[in-house]
Design a protein around this ligand. Sequence first.
Ligand code: GCU
Length: 678
Amino acid sequence: AEDGYDLWLRYRPVQAERTGDYRAQAAQLVAAAATPTQAAARDELLRGLAGLLGTAPRLSETVTRDGAVIVGTPSSSPLIAKLRLHTLALGREGYLIRSVSVEGRQATAIAANDDIGALYGAFHFLRLLQTGQPLQNLDIRESPRVKLRVLNHWDDLDGHVERGYAGASIWDWHKLPDWLDPRYADYARANASLGINGTVLNNVNSKALSLTPMYLEKAAALAEVFRPYGIRVFLSARFSAPIEIGGLETADPLDPEVKRWWRAKAGEIYRLIPDFGGFLVKANSEGQPGPQDYGRSHADGANMLADALAPHGGTVMWRAFVYSHEEPDDRAKQAYSEFVPLDGKFRDNVMVQVKNGAIDFQPREPFHPLFGAMPKTPLMMEFQITKEYLGFATHLVYLAPMYQETLEADTHRRGPGSTVARVIDGSLHGYALTGMAGVANIGADRNWSGSHFDQANWYAYGRQAWNPSLEARDIAEEWVRMTFSNEADVVAPVVGMMMGSREAAVDYMTPLGLHHLMGRGHHYGPAPWIEGGPRADWTSVYYHRATGEGIGFDRTASGSNAVAQYAPPVARRFGDLEQVPEQFLLWFHHVPWDYRTRSGRPLWDELVHRYTRGVDYVRQMRETWRGLDGRIDAQRHAQVAAFLAIQEKEAQWWRDASIAYFQTFSGRPLPAGEAPPA
Ligand code: GCU
């Protein structure tokens, strides 16, 4: 059944006109299987080629005919060693794929320094066939630009996934460690195909229970499954665990007993999971415990855990997503204020993990001002793959353009060209550690991600973590070819739909820099009107600040002055009404309803125009998709069509509700030709 379980690793037969050529180029497989990782590479090639070509290549010890595929490292394969392919600069995870000649026979070498590089190379080779590329004259060299490429699962031990829209957790804690669902290996294959090399199993809001022996054994069982695929397990650590499961009276990071407890805990974990990656920590944020409870800093807390992990080679990923209920001024400023003074105070094995923007995974945010502002502290990116504020699993919103927008943003911290991507890949400040995290959208649904198109967001995240310079469009095209079809008249329209989909969501939810207008708590659907409640910073009026005279959050010097947290050229641009990119207009400025926007339309008219444009785009996507009926298997086509219908209805709801609400402030009529809210 085409239920989406196979993700982008479907390996359905290639287009008929390519089969002959591909069969000739992949007729024989020379690949050792002496280690689990080697076996994984060989099995994937056999499985993939059998599916794509209708017949698996013959396994052989040596090259005996044209069209051999030779996979391995200089130590796993005498043939690879003899070819002297100069892989050294590619590091442990890199690989090359090259057309070579072996004793007069034409062959393709997939070579690496380490088994894991060869596995990554095998997936790349399969992708060439999956996307209809030629296999002649290959000379591909790849190595990851970011060292740690990790998924963050917000999975609770009771099976619930926080902000998860794809069913329950795929971790069956109850049956672990003795029952290993085959799905765990498929999960690992999918991630390895992208180069994802780490996974944090449990929610950042986890209780300490996940660090008890019973659960550590379960985590160790998962680590066993993932190890051949190059994936290390990490855990979210609750800062107050020494109290909750350790029987101590304090979790003060400077207390000797507390330090001892964490050192012992680390030792216990590494006895079970020798390649354990380390801890992810959410501390002193949204009510979570942390070092500030004891008058200590984030650095004190992170360093104490880092010291416990250091003897074993582990890393602490300390989150910068901090904000407290009492935040009086502007929540967007808090992380920068708390963390910048700590630059240079963290141990070498600490990374600070920063969300792409300073509020919270909105459809569009300017880049987080911390990027570029902590030259002595490796900063990791935290993107959200699950679509908490983006219509959950039913709305088709392709996120790669959003990731790309953030990565390309110029912090100007070391002159022009100081992009966020260069902060993340470490080249701007010479970071020794580099990393990117994606909050997973994976659940127990048959299709993993809750919708077929949300698989593309997992895919794109992994590809951009490997290479932050990849273009969203190229990634979309790869994914469509692997997931739906290689036919040009399918690829082009589907890629087209995807590429505009994020902008459409911005339009129908939060145009022109508006943000956090979603229903409180669940974050689904419009609720810009909710006022009051105990948390001043959560009332939406706080964010849009609409009044009879205008709308927008003044973050310039006359307001919260959050712009001052950016490098001067950026601060000047964002802070100046003339220069601010219009997409961030109401993020940084409060402007009158008749403010003239760049289209010439007054602000009110422009706002309505964009809301309507967003709805129209979704209508257009439905049209396009309808036109693909018969070109895509009926099962997946029908579900996507049904979801697009939901999205259209809800885009309309967003538009109508938002316009009707804001109209109570603007008091203006709808521009000519605009349909009134239903
Ligand atoms: C958002 C989200 C929470 C999550 C938090 C975080 O606020 O709504 O569910 O816990 O981010 O990233 O820690």
